[in-house]
Design a protein around this ligand. Structure first.
Ligand code: SAM
Length: 286
């Protein structure tokens, strides 16, 4: 069954049998390249003794590869039209549970406790692109007891997330993700691997959750506000963007930068996480 499931004609038949039409608003681009899901599942850490949370199983192409490797897979699907489809495609797997719900709304701590109590847990998903960053940030910020997040995202987002902090490609999301996890690019996936094909290519990335943050700050929330403000006007100097976005006197920002040993003409993309933490502590300890 699982071999047939990744075949494009099988997928078309299943979808037409259920009268399914794709929802663009829900980011429904289903994988039809049979090589991608086994590779993703393998690299996600799914295996003996591991529980997997999947976001957006679609018709279950990735789910079944995860179910072959992991002890248990719990998949969260928002579109209720897909529930009968998943019942049909995944019926043979005793270790799969589908939850009809919104990943942004569900209590994920409770879900992990109830579904996997005591098991090691990883996340693996081909994420709906309209909420890539919110989903990733929610999974990280909630400090869930998970070991890794392996997700397919738009290639540009993957490059941004995996860029080293302090380089031109980096953005606020790079710094935020880096605080919680080590990000690495795994492999690229062409637009033609999906039905319907999206406008851009995709890539699979893995975020390995850190046990401890790489930098110390007095107030995490304020540090993230500083990072966001610094990148909000990334072409400007940090002095100007922080003073404009956070409504802080320029001379106070200048003082904080000097105390942190940061050149006054520096731009956000040139700062390390340590420097963001230092500036934030200097500004907010006044
Ligand atoms: N995993 C399937 C695959 O690779 O073929 C489908 C991936 S498709 C890019 C994204 C899936 O996420 C769709 O099935 C969509 O209905 C679902 N989805 C969209 N928003 C969601 C949300 N907020 N919570 C849970 N699932 C969501």
């Amino acid at each position: 069954m699982e071999k047939r499931l990744s075949d494009i004609n099988t997928i078309k038949n299943i979808l037409s049998k259920h009268g399914f039409t794709f929802s663009k608003a829900l980011g429904q681009n289903f994988l039809v390249n049979p090589h991608v899901c086994p590779r993703m599942a393998e690299m996600s850490g799914a295996g003996n003794g591991i529980g997997v949370i999947e976001v957006g199983p679609g018709i279950g192409v990735l789910t079944c590869e995860l179910a072959k490797l992991a002890d248990k897979v719990t998949a969260i699907e928002l579109d209720k039209r897909l529930i009968p489809v998943l019942d049909e495609t995944l019926g043979e797997f005793r270790n799969v549970k589908i939850i009809n719900g919104d990943v942004m709304e569900l209590d994920l701590h409770k879900l992990i406790e109830e579904e996997f109590g005591g098991m090691r847990v990883v996340v693996c998903a081909n994420l709906p692109y309209y909420i890539t960053s919110p989903v990733i940030m929610r999974l990280l910020e909630e400090r869930l007891p998970i070991e890794a997040i392996t997700v397919m995202v738009q290639k540009e987002a993957a490059q941004r997330i995996c860029a080293p902090v302090g380089t031109r490609q980096c953005g606020a999301v790079t710094c935020a993700v880096n605080y919680y996890a080590e990000a690495e690019m795994l492999f690229s996936v062409s637009a033609g691997s999906f039905m319907p094909p999206p406008k851009v290519d995709s890539a699979v990335i893995r975020l390995s959750i850190r046990q401890n943050p790489p930098v110390e700050t007095v107030n995490e929330e304020k540090m993230f506000a500083v990072i966001k403000a610094a990148f909000a006007q990334r072409r400007k100097t940090v002095v100007n963007s922080l003073s404009n976005s956070l409504h802080i006197e320029k001379q106070n920002v200048t003082k904080a930068l000097s105390e942190s040993g940061i050149p006054l003409n520096a731009r956000a993309e040139q700062l390390s996480l340590e420097q963001f933490a230092a500036v934030s502590d200097a500004i907010f300890s006044e």
